[in-house]
Design a protein around this ligand. Structure first.
Ligand SMILES: NC(=O)c1ccc[n+]([C@@H]2O[C@H](COP(=O)([O-])OP(=O)(O)OC[C@H]3O[C@@H](n4cnc5c(N)ncnc54)[C@H](O)[C@@H]3O)[C@@H](O)[C@H]2O)c1
Length: 331
């Protein structure tokens, strides 16, 4: 099986590729290794993949550049695509909207075109829990309306879902969108709270906490995420006219992929303090534009259709992250 993975140097893309190579799939990976966060971490993830047994070909390119993408893929047959590359992050979308338009809109359209012209059997793509905006009905279900995004990041992810719906209608391409809920774990992302808090607590610096810590997130461990992505990838939605998760009658499914627990930010901090062996000094700040108070995933659809069943809670997963962090940074 030849799988094209975009965002392969990213947190989820690298972890997925490790698993695909281990089970014998060939992976063509693309990433532009941009400096939204430290490119050294992206290089380190790639170096691990290069060392692993299996067939892995990496192309450093911007997938918003269709000519570059076509040229790199050349005559290669692609069976499946997992499109994880994107400009991530809610707060940065307030500062730099253009990056989101290029990577998340132009880039997503390019990947849909690749899927169309190469007749791929399934393309799985990353959406986000942020499409639910300030939804106050919890947990968030794929049957809820998600038409009021509160950040441009969320709006681009929702637009990706809409473009995908049209492609599956017109060209009958099997597509699955995954709404990820705050993914964390070893080899994670330096722009996310669990990483910044760990860094500051270990460094003896104050952590910045917004909205008096009155915020809740559905934290999902990377191992659970990868198990879910693989289950989804191996089960393309059928073109049988029946309603799929998320409501489409085309071969297009949408799933939440979370842990089905909404954890208070202050509980996350307490676990990190324990794991780091130090108390955090807190710099309290007001709610940030674009942020939401709570996320909470209803995972019935993916559990019923594909047997997805997350097993790692933050009490176990966060100390494992801190252990990796200390080892990686030698602190
Ligand atoms: N990690 C989470 O908690 C989370 C939550 C919701 C949604 N998501 C989505 O999941 C996907 C993967 O997220 P991640 O946490 O691995 O993020 P990440 O930033 O670690 O990985 C994304 C990768 O895409 C690459 N990239 C960005 N724009 C590109 C472009 N134009 N051309 C080529 N490469 C490009 C980046 O260099 C990066 O390595 C993203 O689509 C993200 O929006 C992640």
């Amino acid at each position: 099986m030849q799988v094209l993975v975009t965002g392969v140097a990213g947190f989820i893309g690298a972890a997925l590729t490790e698993r695909l190579l281990a089970r014998g799939d060939s992976v063509v990976g693309v990433d532009n290794c941009n400096d939204y966060y430290t490119p050294e971490l992206k290089q380190a993830r790639l170096a691990r993949l290069e060392k692993q047994d299996g067939e892995f070909h990496f192309h450093r390119l911007d997938f918003a550049d269709m000519a570059a993408l076509e040229q790199a893929l050349g005559g290669k047959a692609i069976d499946r695509i997992v499109h994880l590359g994107a400009q991530a992050g809610v707060r940065y979308s307030i500062e730099n909207p253009a990056a989101y338009i290029q990577s998340n809109l132009v880039g997503h359209a390019n990947l849909l075109e690749i899927a169309r012209h190469r007749n791929v059997e399934h393309m799985v793509y990353a959406s986000s829990s942020s499409v639910y905006g300030g939804n106050d009905k919890v947990p968030f279900s794929v049957d809820d309306r998600a038409d009021n995004p509160v950040s441009l990041y969320a709006a681009t992810k929702k637009a990706d879902e809409l473009m995908s719906e049209t492609y599956s209608h017109l060209y009958r391409i099997p597509l699955t969108g995954l709404r990820f809920f705050t993914v964390y774990g070893p080899w994670g992302r330096p722009d996310m709270a669990y990483w910044k808090f760990t860094q500051s607590i270990l460094g003896g610096r104050p952590i910045t906490v917004f909205h008096k810590g009155e915020m809740w997130r559905d934290f999902t461990h990377i191992d659970d995420i990868i198990a879910g992505v693989i289950a989804v990838l191996d089960n393309a939605p059928a073109d049988d006219g029946k309603a799929k998760a998320g409501g489409s009658t085309k071969p297009h499914a949408l799933y939440n992929i979370g842990n089905n627990r909404s954890e208070k930010l202050t509980d996350l901090i307490a676990i990190l303090e324990d794991a780091c062996g130090r108390k955090a000094e807190i710099d309290w700040q007001p709610m940030q534009p674009g942020d939401v108070i709570r996320t909470y995933a209803d995972i019935d659809a993916i559990s019923n259709d594909l047997g997805y069943s997350p097993t790692t809670n933050i009490a176990d997963g966060l100390p494992r992250f801190v252990e990796w962090y200390r080892d990686y940074h030698r602190v």
